[in-house]
Structure formats: C-alpha cells, structure tokens
Design a protein around this ligand. Structure first.
Ligand code: ZN
Length: 258
C-alpha cells in the first residue's frame, strides 16, 4: 500500500508539471493572442472546501499519506476543470477574432490591378468646387461609370441614399466592431438596407452623382463614426511594394474629385 501510494504521488508530480505547462501556455500564448487577461492564480488554485471531506480516510493505515494523496488528486481534478473552462473561453474568442478579421475593411473597393485609379488621398486637399483647402474624409478612385464596386468587409447594409446632391447615391455598410464604410457618387446601388454582405460582393456601380467632378468612387472608412485614412485598410490585396506605390500615387495627385 505504502509503495503504491508513493508511485501515485510520483505520477501526480508528473501530471502537475504537465498541467503547469498547459496553464502557462494558456496565459502566455492563447490569452495574449486574444488580448485577454491571464487567469488569476486565485482562480487557478481554487481550493477544495470542507474540513472533514477526508474524514472517511482517517481510519485507514497510512491515513496521512492516503489523505494527502486524495487531496492532491482533488486539487489536480479541480485545476483541470478550470483549465478546460479557460480553453472554452479561448475557443469562443478565437471564433470572434475570425469574425472580426473577415468583417474589418481589408480590400480596395474597386479593382485596381494597375494601381492607376487613386485620384485623391485622405487629408487636407484643395476642394474641386470651392477652391479652398478642405479636409477630404475619404479616398477617391477614378473609374469609368458602371465599374463594379466591392464591399470591403463582411457586414450589413446600414443605409442606401439616393440623392442628386452632396455624396450623390451612397451606400453605407456597418461591419460591426465599430467599423463602417461609405461608397459615394454611385450611378447605381445594388443592395438594400438590412442586407447581409460578404467582402467582395458587388454592391453598386461607379458614377458621377452629387457634387462630383468626374466619374469616380469616393470611399470612406469610419471607426466609431469618425473618418479614418482608408489607405491603411488594403492589407488583404496589396504587397508591400504595391502599398508603397499606392501611397506615392496618392501623394502625387493634387486635387480631390470629392
Ligand atoms: Zn472624395
């Protein structure tokens, strides 16, 4: 009996060190990747309640060692349970991350293989109508009327506006995670509010509606409803060289088409 208990305890030593390694990986890798706090050790080391939980074992020979062994076994079982719960959480965070990656705008809104379609970047620019310096809250892509416009991330159509003024015919997509995109001056809209959209779906056609100098797409990325520079959101379909080129092209163009 004594020898067997000692063997058990040796095995527990091994299991405990394996478990510690798993816990460390959970905290250091998985929880870091998904930007979650490490599990507090008070939760990991959660004790087993009840003082006379092991009283039945007191009558046995070598009772002290038996009780000690039983306690270790309970503790390990509890820690394995906590660890398994933690992995459940990590899995659900991973699923959410996947959803986030496919939702955030990450491609260009028009086919731009030759990279000649950037007319005007985000930032302060000479306004084409007012001829004064004015903030340009999006990026302009020159393209013939009728060119297909792609949704840049998964989401839901938040608004479809038909107008002859300002942004002209406009589509706004809500991507969740506090991101929205806006597509303006369209000749035609091909979606309706509430419609679910996948990245790359054709949502409308380039036009010259509203306050626009020439056929082009005015494209905005908004985070928490504030326009931000769309140039940082093409990471899915540009190589680093293409990215440099697009920045250079955008910088060369003097005037926005609005
Ligand atoms: Zn514009």
């Amino acid at each position: 009996m004594l020898v067997q208990l000692e063997i058990f305890n040796k095995k527990f030593d091994h299991i405990t060190s394996v478990l510690e390694d798993i816990q460390q990986r959970d905290d250091n890798i998985y929880r870091t990747i998904f930007e979650a706090e490490p599990l507090p050790s008070t939760i990991r080391q959660a004790g087993i309640g009840g003082v006379d939980r092991y009283s039945d074992l007191e009558a046995l020979s070598n009772s002290e060692l038996v009780i000690e062994t039983a306690k270790r076994l309970d503790k390990i079982a509890k820690q394995v349970y906590v660890q398994s719960k933690s992995f459940d959480e990590v899995i659900s965070m991973a699923k959410r991350k996947e959803e986030m990656i496919s939702s955030i705008p990450a491609i260009q809104p028009v086919s731009n293989k030759d990279l000649r379609r950037v007319a005007s970047p985000f930032g302060v620019r000479m306004h084409p109508f007012y001829k004064v310096l004015k903030m340009h809250t999006g990026m302009d892509f020159t393209a013939p009327t009728g060119t297909e416009i792609y949704a840049t991330g998964n989401g839901v159509v938040a608004d479809v506006i038909h107008s002859a003024r300002g942004y002209g015919n406009t589509i706004i997509i809500d991507h969740g995670f506090s991101y929205k995109t806006l597509y303006a001056h369209l000749s035609k809209t091909l979606v309706r509010p509430g419609q679910k959209i996948k990245r790359g779906d054709v949502i409308g056609l380039v036009g010259n509606t509203g306050m626009s100098m020439a056929p082009h797409l005015h494209y905005e990325v908004r985070k928490n409803d504030e326009p931000i520079n769309p140039i940082n959101f093409y990471f899915n379909d540009l190589t680093p060289e293409e990215y440099d080129k697009i920045i250079e092209l955008a910088a060369q163009s003097g005037q926005s088409l609005d």
